[in-house]
Ligand binder design. Structure first.
Ligand SMILES: Nc1ncnc2c1ncn2[C@@H]1O[C@H](COP(=O)(O)OP(=O)(O)O)[C@@H](O)[C@H]1O
Length: 199
């Protein structure tokens, strides 16, 4: 399917299937992903496509996410089967490939890892990860600090956003998926190294 048609189809599908608040969130992520891609030189159309795709399975019940992952034999970290909400990215990436013919690995990875992040995130992955965290309808302690970082430094914003996810999980007593811990430690080292070099 041609990209314009994919987005047209997704817009209708999401408007019909998501709660109004979630649909508004997706519109915010689209707008923010495009702005971040422009700012940091990532491919703008790919950022827009990834944003439209990322939450298409966010409101599926856990058993549907698990059944999809099992039936399609998705290659996912074993721990994600114990916290099935984490499957909504991999499932959306699979739907993107199978139903919409999306083949771009960077778009698929951005969608796959948008909830946890991962070590070695590429630029498009960071664009979607940060956009998801700071789109205009997001409101949580610290979000404005991440918005400020995202004016200048995508990695620093991604780091702050990973740390905010970790704090959120600790505060609520959730088990923390290690992909996020590893992504955070790696970015922490990179951001610190960069700061030392610029002294
Ligand atoms: N590293 C993690 N370990 C465990 N749960 C996580 C992790 N990262 C995100 N989550 C949880 O996954 C859920 C979905 O996250 P996200 O896709 O960011 O959704 P939302 O749009 O609801 O914020 C949230 O409840 C969040 O707490």
């Amino acid at each position: 399917m041609e990209r314009g048609n994919v987005i047209h189809h997704l817009r209708q599908r999401l408007a019909e299937s998501l709660t109004p608040a979630r649909y508004k969130h997706v519109l915010g992520v689209v707008e923010t992903s495009v702005a971040l891609a422009r700012r940091f030189g990532a491919p703008v159309l790919d950022a827009e496509l990834a944003a439209w795709l990322h939450d298409l399975a966010r409101e599926w019940p856990q058993d549907r996410l698990l059944a999809h992952a099992r039936d399609r034999k998705l290659d996912v970290p074993a721990a994600w089967l114990e916290a099935p909400i984490l499957l909504h990215g991999p499932v959306a990436a699979d739907v993107a490939r199978v139903e919409y013919g999306v083949e771009d690995a960077d778009v698929l990875n951005a969608v796959y890892y948008h909830t946890t992040g991962r070590p070695g995130m590429g630029e498009l992955e960071m664009v979607l990860f940060v956009a998801d965290a700071i789109e205009p309808s997001r409101d949580y302690p610290g979000v404005d600090d991440i918005r400020l970082l995202a004016e200048k430094d995508l990695k620093a914003a991604a780091l702050a956003s990973l740390e905010s996810t970790l704090r959120y999980a600790l505060d609520r007593g959730f088990a923390i998926d290690l992909t996020t811990v590893n992504a955070r430690n790696e970015l922490l080292n990179e951001v610190r190294r960069k700061a030392r070099h610029s002294l």
